[in-house]
Design a protein around this ligand. Structure first.
Ligand code: SF4
Ligand code: SF4
Length: 239
């Protein structure tokens, strides 16, 4: 029972800042970023990226973050000519344009209720998402709650590339939500299809099926990046 006594004495403290660099062991270590100009060795990384996330163009390298599956082949840990690697967690981005936080703030003034749809994820994105309920992250203190029914949901969170079997279920969940509603695609799969799609078994991400407002790259994104994305949907990332 020593673990029990240690837990009682030490406790688990909720982190004071909702979003900061994520350093917990096992979390995805940052994201590769675009660079211009790039060296010949950096441009050559285009050939080894398994998901065509790296595009060598105009003397530089552009990284399509939504396609990156964190294979680490372009990281300082693996290659002598790595891409710049960001270690923050503010990875969220608008699906079609930059995030208009003012417009989002107008839609949701206080708490939000989130309906999560597993549209064929491998389990990791969903696992990182579940951690937001842990005392350490404690999303409830920020007014973010999970609801089992789309009829009470403000935000539809999608993980996975949307398999053919889940396409109609995702669409039905979206249609059942009241206005105003927003859609957040979490992970490379939901953002772009990742390593699975598009194929005969899955779509190229959630935007193939429902209108996505905000996407979060990562494979999987760490809990703090997900928290940051949810706060972006409330238009309140500074909280
Ligand atoms: S870490 Fe991402 S961008 Fe780099 S090679 Fe792997 S998939 Fe491509
Ligand atoms: S993005 Fe990566 S971690 Fe998330 S469901 Fe796809 S393969 Fe799994």
């Amino acid at each position: 029972m020593s673990w029990f006594v240690r837990g009682i004495l030490g406790g688990i403290r909720t982190m004071r800042r909702a979003v900061r660099a994520e350093s917990a062991p096992g979390t995805t270590p940052g994201l590769p970023t675009s660079v211009s100009p790039a060296t010949a060795e950096q441009r050559a990384l285009e050939a080894i990226c398994p998901t065509n996330a790296i595009i060598a163009e105009d003397g530089g390298v552009r990284v399509r973050e939504e396609r990156c599956v964190h294979c680490m082949r372009c990281s300082p840990a693996v290659t002598a000519a790595p891409l710049p690697w960001r270690d923050d967690v503010a990875w969220v981005r608008g699906a079609r344009q930059e995030i208009d936080e003012a417009a989002l703030r107008g839609a949701f003034r206080r708490s939000i209720h989130v309906r999560v749809v597993d549209a064929g994820d491998c389990g990791s994105c969903l696992s990182e998402l579940t951690h937001l309920n842990d005392p350490l992250y404690n999303m409830h203190r920020l007014g973010i709650f999970v609801t089992p029914t789309p009829r009470q949901a403000d935000v539809l969170v999608v993980v996975g590339p949307v398999t053919e079997q889940m396409r109609s279920a995702l669409l039905e969940a979206y249609d059942a939500m009241p206005e105003p509603k927003r859609v957040l695609a979490i992970g490379a799969c939901a953002s772009s299809g990742g390593i699975f799609g598009p194929s005969f078994t899955s779509a190229a991400g959630a935007s193939d099926v429902v209108p996505v407002d905000v996407m979060l790259p990562g494979c999987p994104p760490p809990p703090l990046a997900i928290l940051d994305a949810l706060l972006a949907l409330t238009g309140d990332r500074k909280r």
